[in-house]
Design a protein around this ligand. Structure first.
Ligand SMILES: C[S@@+](CC[C@H](N)C(=O)[O-])C[C@H]1O[C@@H](n2cnc3c(N)ncnc32)[C@H](O)[C@@H]1O
Length: 218
């Protein structure tokens, strides 16, 4: 599955990043209205949860074009590390970070997250739009747990929305696997990974899950 997802994001990095652009064509605005509204929703909700980032460290798993990294750096994060296995995505992230002078306080790593080795711990870990593409999320979540001291914030696409089928067809045609979640699946996932203190925020297409590490004692 990994090469398929990697190949897909290598090909679509520019289009994905364009969703965050402020100036858009009519077609792009229509696509936003129909399909991409959740991207803005989860961005706002995630930063509302992250709060004051001054002096904090953040790991962005599946950082893509670095839009969360950039915002975290703007909000004063001390160190921001982004990891992704698409070099085209990382090149865009590098460009955004450099443009605003944050390339020195940030680090970009080209790796599959399961192969990532790090002695550091991070206050926060993000996985936004990441679990959509992971067949077995358990190991990824356990790894995030090991690396995080305060909060993990992750999005999971809902199984039952009118967009689910459209999205599944679109991605299947493009050769990219995609996975969906319901509350029951999430409850089992967190139980199996020993994470019992979490809140599920209901967004239009996704669940945004905030996991508080200090309350997870297992
Ligand atoms: C939809 S994009 C989200 C990017 C960013 N988090 C955002 O929300 O703007 C998902 C990213 O996850 C990366 N990705 C998926 N599976 C991965 C894995 N196992 N290891 C590293 N990166 C992965 C893809 O290459 C892609 O850039």
């Amino acid at each position: 599955m990994k090469p398929k997802v990697q190949r897909y994001f290598q090909k679509t990095s520019q289009n994905f990043d364009a969703i965050y652009a402020s100036e858009k064509s009519l077609y792009q605005r229509l696509a936003d209205l129909l399909f991409h509204g959740v991207i803005e929703q989860r961005f706002k909700a995630a930063f509302a949860e992250l709060g004051d980032l001054r002096g904090k460290t953040l790991l962005d798993v599946g950082c893509g074009s670095g839009r969360y990294m950039l915002e975290a750096a703007r909000r004063g994060a001390n160190r921001v590390v982004g990891l992704d296995f698409s070099q085209n995505m990382l090149d865009l992230a590098q460009r955004h970070l450099k443009h605003e002078g944050y390339d020195k306080s940030s680090q970009l790593i080209n790796r599959d997250f399961l192969e990532f080795q790090d002695q550091n711990r991070y206050n926060f870990a993000l996985a936004i739009g990441f679990f959509d593409y992971v067949a077995k999320p358990e190991n990824y979540l356990i790894k995030m747990r090991q690396l995080t001291t305060e909060k993990i914030i992750a999005s999971f696409p809902k199984k039952w929305t009118f967009r689910t089928l459209i999205r599944w067809v679109r991605l299947s045609v493009a050769g990219c696997p995609v996975y969906f979640y319901d509350r029951k699946r999430l409850t089992k996932l967190f139980k199996d990974t020993g994470l019992d203190s979490y809140e599920i925020i209901n967004l239009s297409r996704d669940y945004l899950v905030v996991i508080r590490m200090e309350r997870n004692t297992n």
